[in-house]
Design a protein around this ligand. Structure first.
Ligand code: BES
Ligand code: ZN
Ligand code: ZN
Length: 487
């Protein structure tokens, strides 16, 4: 979809249909031309309410506020109504001065996120008719934003949601087609397209040489070899080194601790952390952010077979710690343990891992919210603020001294599962904490994206399936971090 900025008033801008947001319940705005008609249709202008007056060439969408996420939802709704019409262009305008930037972001991100469709396996593909959205800079207060600034906001928003949609496509792809080798090929392709990006791909021999016994064990029964993917974006003058580590389980059957059938469906999405890491690197490079950014992904399947790793096995991770396997379905933490140890060798100023790690996180926070864990309250707070801007939902799950001992093992340094059935999201993070060196404790944050990464129903501007969880959140966070450095 193309977005064109114009200084022309909304009325005069050239497009086939006009989209007007309705915030005022009295319909008191010069752009609301069909007051009586709207009333007779019982349209109240409430959030997520929309009316298409196709004959009049007007589309009215209700909003509860002018916050960016409310606008994203509104424009995604507008897209949904226009999708089945023949209109190829639409126009809309900024509404009030205070949120001019948020308005542009809402328009671009709402349309672009809302119009994503996963069609790879559909034999009949319908091409979308709506091609162009004209954004008029007219508002109550004239002259508050120039065309150049507006165009730049559009460009940045397109990069951010483009990255989220890129992650969705990876996550939605079937496990037969998306293996660790395929993920590595995608990473390589990214590095060839992007400036200042390099890519290293490592196979099982490297993992062995590195002593990554935990990662290797998870891969053992898979017909597909594992890959450690390491992408680096290095701009000229980098202010900080930020490393993203992603869980890239291209399929999680549970292993010998096999998942029940109903729970196995959708486990193609267990690569969402890895997909997010790839997408963030893509977005950061396109935005030319002033940080050295790494994406490190542990890609493997977790399968069954005669050579599968077993409950009772004892593994040795890259940092020398031994792990008693008590459940082969707690595999993500094993892969991440080795990847996190590897990541710290590159001396990060900030280390963020993303993983569809636990069902317990979904139980704790619901399907739509990312669980944030770590020792550094400042980073967690900043992530919370970035989440508000990005529209993603996060919540803090705090560590405490009583949960840590639950990972004790009688035969090894630690067990891969907790001895308690409660607090599973936090104990999983505390498992990872065993692989974070003292020096990096305060630089590390763990994001459990098990809920929002893949939801089998539509929500807001998200389609059923993958949502690109973690991508917008971290790109907004990095953008804020870049501003901070400018002060
Ligand atoms: N990939 C799953 C977690 C998951 C569950 C992601 C639901 C998305 C939706 C993970 O590998 C897993 O199976 N975790 C176990 C841990 C348990 C064995 C301690 C779980 O959550 O049940
Ligand atoms: Zn699992
Ligand atoms: Zn898993």
């Amino acid at each position: 979809m193309r977005f064109n900025i114009t200084k022309e008033p909304l009325q005069e801008a050239g497009a086939q249909i006009t989209i007007v947001l309705v915030a005022d319940k009295n319909f008191d705005h010069k752009w609301i031309k069909h007051k009586e008609l709207l009333k007779s249709l019982n349209f109240k202008g409430e959030s997520e309410e929309a009316v298409l007056l196709a004959g009049e060439k007007y589309l009215y969408v209700g909003v509860g506020s002018f916050e960016a996420d409310e606008l994203r939802i509104a424009f995604a709704k507008a897209y949904k109504l226009l999708k089945n019409t023949a209109f190829t262009s639409a126009k809309t305008a900024l509404y009030i001065k205070e949120c001019s930037k948020a308005a542009i972001i809402g328009i671009v991100e709402g349309f672009t996120l809302g119009s994503y469709e996963f069609t790879r396996y559909k034999t009949k593909k319908e091409s979308p008719k709506l091609e162009e959205v004209v954004i008029s800079l007219e508002s109550f207060n004239e002259g508050m934003i120039d065309e150049k600034t507006a165009a730049d906001i559009v460009r940045q928003a397109q990069i951010i949601v483009g990255a989220a949609n890129y992650a969705k496509e990876i996550v939605n792809t079937a496990p037969y087609d998306y293996t660790p080798v395929e993920m590595a090929a995608d990473a390589k392709a990214l590095s060839e397209k992007l400036e200042n990006v390099t890519c290293a791909i490592y196979d099982e021999k490297f993992l062995e040489a590195q002593g990554m016994g935990a990662f290797l064990a998870v891969n053992r029964a898979s017909a597909h070899p594992p890959r450690l993917i390491h992408l680096t974006y290095k701009p000229k003058e980098a202010k900080k080194r930020v490393i993203f580590v992603g869980k890239g389980l291209t399929y999680d059957s549970g292993g010998l601790s096999l998942k029940p059938s109903d729970y196995m469906v959708s486990m193609k999405a267990d690569k969402s952390g890895g997909a997010a890491a790839l997408a963030i690197l893509k977005g950061a490079a396109e935005l030319e952010l002033p940080f050295e950014i790494h994406a490190i992904i542990g890609a493997t399947e977790n399968m069954i077979g005669g050579n599968a790793y077993k409950p009772d096995d004892i593994l040795k991770a890259k940092n020398g710690k031994t792990i008693e396997v008590r459940n082969t379905d707690a595999e993500g933490r094993l892969v991440l343990a080795d990847c996190l140890v590897y990541a710290q060798e590159f001396k990060p100023d900030l280390l963020i891992d993303m993983a569809t790690l636990t069902g317990a996180c979904v139980v704790a926070l619901g399907e739509y919210t990312i669980g944030v864990m770590g020792h550094n309250d400042n980073i967690k707070h900043e992530l919370y603020r970035a989440a508000r801007k990005s529209g993603e939902l996060v919540n803090n799950l705090s560590f405490n001294r009583y949960l840590k001992p639950l990972l004790k093992s009688n035969v090894a340094d630690l067990s891969n599962i907790s001895s308690s059935r409660y607090g599973g999201a936090i104990t999983a993070a505390l498992f990872l904490d065993n692989f974070i060196e003292e020096e990096y404790k305060d630089k590390w944050v763990h994001l459990d994206i098990a809920g929002p990464a893949y939801v089998e129903k539509e929500w807001g501007y998200n389609q059923t399936g993958a949502s690109g969880a973690g991508v917008r959140l971290n790109l907004y966070y990095l953008k804020e971090l870049a501003k901070e450095g400018d002060k």
